[in-house]
Write a protein that binds this ligand. Structure first.
Ligand SMILES: NC(=O)c1ccc[n+]([C@@H]2O[C@H](COP(=O)([O-])OP(=O)(O)OC[C@H]3O[C@@H](n4cnc5c(N)ncnc54)[C@H](O)[C@@H]3O)[C@@H](O)[C@H]2O)c1
Length: 267
């Protein structure tokens, strides 16, 4: 029987694939780009931070010899998303990772329409439009999508993140809806659910703690006390889960929520 099975190396390999990753200039997105490139995928990387994106791309070309195309796309703007897809050169990506996201804290009473819209635009609307373009362009070829949500979608924990939780709960619903509708058309949609991951974005939260804001301090303490792993994640620990879902290791995984949260949701 084992002779007929593909090797682990073949299953995890993304050679001859092209993968598109949003928010790839920093944090979890950069870590995902690194692992997908290591697995052999050519990349298309999107971000608003052009310089950081260029240097991340150059490092990946040098290290793994893969092709890396970069594009500055502001995901709050649907017209930029549309323009990106209509000008995209080369083969349509086989894999889409919707990672870009923002998590500005604001008390619910003080939440402005502008901030609410911006969070929804980046965290949810852009994911939806990217998925729509992907499905349209891939057509009968099918493809693989991994979206990045958050534990806040399932278990709101921090004060000041209601709007964020709403956006990420939307990402979960979107992923599951598309998984149901498109699995038989050759698409796989899954969502990773990270807990606390040590990125620059997350360090912004920790800075608030250091500034002595009592509510952050108490929430940070409660968070760690509840966390079975008792530590935050390295971005690469999320990237490895994303690589698994992108690869043929996960050919029968559809519409799954994969927590990468040190056990937070299970405690
Ligand atoms: N870090 C955590 O603890 C944590 C926990 C749960 C979920 N997440 C999610 O993981 C994802 C990545 O988070 P991170 O911590 O790496 O964040 P980060 O702030 O370190 O990086 C996010 C990247 O997205 C890009 N981006 C932001 N707005 C954009 C826009 N309008 N258009 C294009 N690109 C844009 C940024 O420039 C940046 O490169 C997000 O979706 C976030 O919600 C993070």
């Amino acid at each position: 029987m084992s002779a007929a099975l593909p090797s682990l190396q073949e299953l995890i390999s993304l050679r001859s694939m092209r993968a598109l990753v949003t928010g790839a200039a920093a944090g979890i997105g950069q870590a995902i780009a690194y692992r997908l490139a290591e697995a052999g995928a050519n990349l298309v990387l999107l971000d608003v931070q052009e310089e950081a994106l260029q240097s991340a791309a150059e490092a990946l070309r040098k290290r793994f010899g893969v092709q890396v195309l970069t594009a500055r796309v502001d995901l709050t703007r649907k017209e930029e998303i549309d323009a990106f897809w209509s000008h995209l050169e080369g083969p349509v990506p086989d894999i889409l990772v919707n990672n870009a996201g923002i998590f500005p804290f604001e008390k619910f009473e003080n939440l402005s329409e502008g901030l609410y819209r911006r969070v929804l635009q980046v965290n949810l609307d852009a994911v939806l439009w990217m998925c729509q373009h992907f499905v349209r362009r891939r057509g009968k070829q099918g493809g693989v999508v991994v979206n990045v949500a958050s534990i806040e979608a399932l278990l709101p924990f921090m004060d000041g993140l209601v709007h964020y939780g709403v956006s990420k709960a939307g990402v979960v619903a979107l992923t599951r809806g598309l998984a149901r509708e498109y699995a038989h058309k050759g698409f796989r949609f899954n969502v990773v659910v990270p807990g606390g991951v040590l990125t620059r974005g997350f360090r912004g939260v920790l800075k608030e703690v250091l500034r002595g804001r009592l509510r952050f301090l108490l929430a940070g303490r409660r968070f760690l006390q509840r966390l079975p792993a008792r530590r935050f994640a390295h971005p690469d620990e999320v990237a490895r889960a994303v690589l698994f879902l992108c690869s043929d290791m996960a050919t029968y995984v559809h519409g799954a929520l994969l927590p990468v949260d040190g056990g937070f949701l299970s405690a």
